[in-house]
Design a protein around this ligand. Structure first.
Ligand SMILES: *Cc1c(COP(=O)(O)O)cnc(C)c1O
Length: 414
């Protein structure tokens, strides 16, 4: 769609939104499975999936039904007043969590899950306030979570308000640095099992296993950020299962409730019991509407073998991407359906061309990487189409010919 037939909706959104987002010239109105449609009726293959939210597909029928029924029954109930749907969700979630994680703090987003993780880590370690996080790691944008997020340009505008003096960033994968950083005053080590924003980089088994061993030895927690990797994305229910590592805490959000806003910090009994009553809380966390959606979403993941599907389709997708013969590709990497293609040049023009010319939505992860995070329900035909489209734009796009406004790097917005 060109700027000349831009609708009143795009106009209003651009006019009134805060301005922090780099808005595409399109208005999306509907989604089903791995397809989304804009207001002109054009269909797109969606390899963004709401930044890895729509793992079970857009508008999964079971989630739609659960939300409709629950909306008519009860939408809000504070967490001091137990609720049938919340109880059902907690049971369902703990049932799929790695053994040992059996208590859950419910909230509304990934960032909030990280905030909870931070507070629980402090109380669980008797007041330690120092943390180890990863270079290229992404943990969210609130001032507390931002302290764990590596990208300096996200932190710098806020100066001293970001509590990053207490955070040591180590090179993801460097065991020596990790060992040196985990001193006796560290509350927790925080990492993603596959860095998403940081360029789709799966962790090495040695590194994550050593993090588990060292944290245990030095009285710190290991907190895994599974906000993007969780809920079948990587071919297992949780990515830590690939490495045989069980953390002390795990942050969850994105796909957990099938598209409805949600977040959670899952933890061991030991971590949970050290937080004083009233030490943390949130109004919307665990609301019955979200919980009903979450029950339906997790059941759909189990019933439809979504982890298997992600494993199989991810392998197929990566194999097809690796078969592309293009001098512009440096590397294809990923785990399950969390896939990144690193180019030898800026990825933005290719991402723009994929959307405009080919109707394929992808997202950036660092300036060089094209990231594919499709719903697990994506068909092989759609994967074939997306790969063929990618191959075409690699051949046809000349970065110098794309208008500068379009080449502008996407603001990373997770
Ligand atoms: C998306 C994301 C977050 C932040 O979650 P929000 O729901 O956007 O607050 C944190 N960590 C990782 C790894 C993410 O992918």
């Amino acid at each position: 769609m060109t700027a000349t037939n831009v609708s009143k909706w795009l106009d209003a959104e651009v006019r009134y939104d805060s301005g922090v987002y780099n808005k595409h010239q399109v208005v999306m109105v509907r989604g089903q499975g791995a397809t989304v449609w804009d207001e002109t009726g054009r269909a797109y293959i969606d390899c963004v999936a709401g930044y890895g939210v729509a793992n079970i597909g857009h508008s999964h029928p079971d989630v739609v039904k659960a939300v409709q029924e629950q909306a008519a029954r009860l939408m809000v109930m504070p967490q001091t007043l137990p609720n049938d749907k919340r109880a059902e969700f907690l049971q369902e979630l703990v049932g799929v969590l790695p053994q040992g994680l059996e208590r859950v703090f419910l909230c509304n987003s990934g960032t909030e899950a990280m905030e909870a993780a931070k507070k629980f880590a402090i109380t669980a370690t008797g007041g330690r306030t120092k943390f180890v996080s990863m270079k290229r790691g992404f943990s969210g944008r609130s001032l507390g979570a931002l302290a764990f997020t590596w990208e300096p340009k996200y932190r710098e505008p806020f100066g001293d308000a970001v509590d990053d003096k207490n955070v040591t960033f180590v090179t993801y994968g460097n065991v020596e640095e990790l060992r040196a950083a985990i001193t006796g005053d560290i509350a927790a080590v925080i990492m993603e099992p596959v860095q998403g924003e940081g360029g789709v980089r799966p962790v090495s088994a040695e590194f994550i296993q050593e993090a588990r061993r060292l944290t245990k030895e030095r009285g710190a927690l290991l907190i895994l950020d599974e906000i993007q990797t969780g809920f079948c994305r990587t071919g297992k229910m949780f990515a830590c299962e690939h490495y045989g590592v069980v953390p002390d805490g795990m942050t969850l959000a994105k796909a957990m409730a099938g598209g409805v806003p949600v977040g959670a910090f899952a933890m061991t009994q030991d971590v949970a019991t050290r937080m004083p009553k009233g030490g943390h809380g949130t109004t919307f966390g665990g609301n019955p509407l979200t919980m009903a959606a979450g029950v339906a979403a997790i059941r759909a993941m189990k019933n439809e073998g979504m982890a298997e599907q992600a494993r199989e389709k991810g392998a197929y997708f990566m194999e097809k991407l690796r078969a592309i013969r293009s001098p512009k590709i440096r590397e294809v990497r990923g785990l399950g359906l969390m896939i990144g293609v690193e180019l030898k040049e800026k990825s933005a023009p290719y991402i723009t061309a994929l959307e405009h010319e080919e109707g394929v939505l992808t997202l950036q992860a660092t300036p060089l990487v094209v990231r594919f995070l499709p719903p697990v329900t994506i068909s092989k035909e759609q994967i074939d189409q997306a790969v063929a489209a990618f191959e075409r734009v690699l051949q046809t796009v000349n970065p110098r010919e794309v208008p500068t406004a379009e080449v502008k790097e996407e603001k990373q917005t997770e």
